[in-house]
Design a protein around this ligand. Structure first.
Ligand SMILES: Cc1cc2nc3c(=O)[nH]c(=O)nc-3n(C[C@H](O)[C@H](O)[C@H](O)COP(=O)(O)OP(=O)(O)OC[C@H]3O[C@@H](n4cnc5c(N)ncnc54)[C@H](O)[C@@H]3O)c2cc1C
Length: 416
């Protein structure tokens, strides 16, 4: 059934109004005989939330979530694995609740290709899935850095085995050694994340590897977020911060970073490469923002290049930060819009999203940063609400504790 016929069909069943009601009263829609199908690619903060809320708000839609991994490791809090405050098990999630509680069909597979005219996706296993609406939430992929071998020089910017590798390298580093890390030019995943990592590692080295040194090579001209807080911590910990240090190449065996500010030799080298939208976005012709990110209408996150395809999370190119909290918010806006569209309606005209990042500064203190974004009708973009912008005045133990309240809420809202 084509989407137009399906829409007419749903309208004939009165589901246009029912879907609206379901947003206020989750789960009240009864199943139609022929049902729209939404396929979601990627089970991170964006994709898992979208899949969950589509089904939480409507039982009239079938949802299939395609994700290759049975376990998702959260990048959020993963820096705390490096200083042994958390282990990977504490930041790992599966998709069992999404399947059992919300009736989402979870398929452990990789999407190799999208056939937009036919509205189908091809899975690596050989299966083809048809969709009425497609949500793509593949996060980021790393761009090439000459000489970089991530098995020797970890990025640890996608959590899991890479996090463990970096943690093990730090544990094996001799006292008095040098840890060098590189930060790509913005935009990249989690603006405060690299500065947070430098602080957490430097604090840990002070106690565990006395006499060690931390060097931060930043391709940006200055610390791009919370400069006062990170700058003060760098001074306290003796971090050597090098701005305008664009990475040009890596000797992965000798652990040397070649940068526009010179060559830096490390005992442990951590290169966070420049990033783009996930590969499926680029190969499907959806990366129409600088050839790197997906242009979308922020009312629905529908692609500005191809109809019926929505892109959320780190891959989207609205200018909102590439972060998990706001990915969760974008997912709800997108799910709501899709339910309205499938019912013959229009997306909500004034969506609001928000972003929050807690950054551990040591093993006992954290800072935070938050902002609200609202749809600006004149420009058709999401803009920061100036008075919403907030940041910690100083890192504290209270904020460190609140960080775990915040993550518990975010993790539950996404996976439970
Ligand atoms: C150290 C660190 C600290 C951070 N701290 C914060 C914080 O405090 N606050 C905050 O909001 N954010 C934070 N972030 C950022 C946050 O983790 C990311 O922004 C978030 O994970 C993005 O979610 P996503 O769903 O877009 O992508 P991801 O979480 O990367 O999920 C994408 C999923 O898509 C799957 N996938 C990709 N391609 C395909 C395909 N072709 N077929 C099928 N599946 C596919 C992948 O397997 C993956 O599971 C932090 C990140 C790091 C690294």
């Amino acid at each position: 059934m084509s989407s137009l016929n399906r829409r007419q069909f749903l309208q004939s069943l009165g589901l246009a109004s029912a879907a609206t009601a379901a947003i206020a009263f989750p789960g009240i829609i009864t199943a139609a005989t022929t049902r729209p199908h939404v396929v979601v690619i990627g089970g991170g903060f964006a994709g898992a939330t979208a899949a969950k809320y589509l089904r939480y708000w409507s039982s009239a839609v079938d949802v299939t979530l395609v994700e290759p991994n049975a376990t998702y490791y959260s990048p959020i809090l993963s820096n705390l694995v490096l200083n042994n405050q958390r282990n990977l098990g504490q930041i790992s999630f599966n998709y069992n609740t999404l399947a059992s509680k919300y009736g989402i069909k979870v398929v452990n597979d990789w999407v190799d290709a999208i056939n937009a005219p036919n509205q189908t996706v091809n899975l690596r296993s050989g299966t083809t899935l048809a969709y009425d609406r497609l949500i793509i939430a593949p996060g980021i992929q790393f761009m090439d850095v000459p000489g970089l071998d991530s098995n020797k020089v970890p990025h640890a910017w996608k959590a899991g085995a890479q996090t463990t590798l970096l943690q093990q390298q730090l544990a094996a580093m001799p006292a008095g050694g040098t840890f060098v890390m590189t930060i790509p030019a913005a935009p990249y995943r989690c603006p405060p994340g690299p500065y947070e990592r430098a602080c957490v590692v430097a604090d840990w080295l002070r106690t565990n590897k006395p006499g060690s040194k931390v060097v931060v090579l930043d391709a940006n001209a200055s610390i791009i977020v919370e400069p006062a807080i990170f700058g003060a911590a760098f001074t306290e910990y003796g971090v050597q911060y090098v701005p305008n240090a664009a990475l040009q190449g890596v000797d992965s065996d000798a652990k040397i970073a070649h940068s526009s500010a010179g060559d830096f030799k490390a005992d442990v080298l951590n290169v966070i490469p420049p990033q783009s939208a996930g590969s499926i976005v680029l190969q499907s012709g959806l990366a129409n923002v600088g050839g790197r990110w997906a242009g979308v209408n922020p009312l629905s996150y529908e692609s500005t290049a191809v109809p019926n395809i929505h892109i959320i999370g780190d891959s989207q190119g609205t200018g909102q930060p590439k972060a998990g909290h706001i990915a969760n918010a974008e997912a709800k806006v997108c799910a709501d819009a899709i339910l309205r569209l499938l019912s013959g309606g229009q997306p909500y005209a004034a969506p609001v999203t928000n972003s929050a990042c807690y950054s551990p500064i040591s093993a006992t203190t954290a800072s935070w940063l938050t902002a609200v974004y609202a749809y600006d009708q004149a420009s058709g973009t999401m803009k920061v609400v100036p008075e919403s912008f907030g940041a910690a005045a100083a890192p504290s133990a209270k904020y460190y504790s609140r960080m775990f309240d915040w993550t518990t809420n975010l993790f539950n809202d996404t996976f439970a």
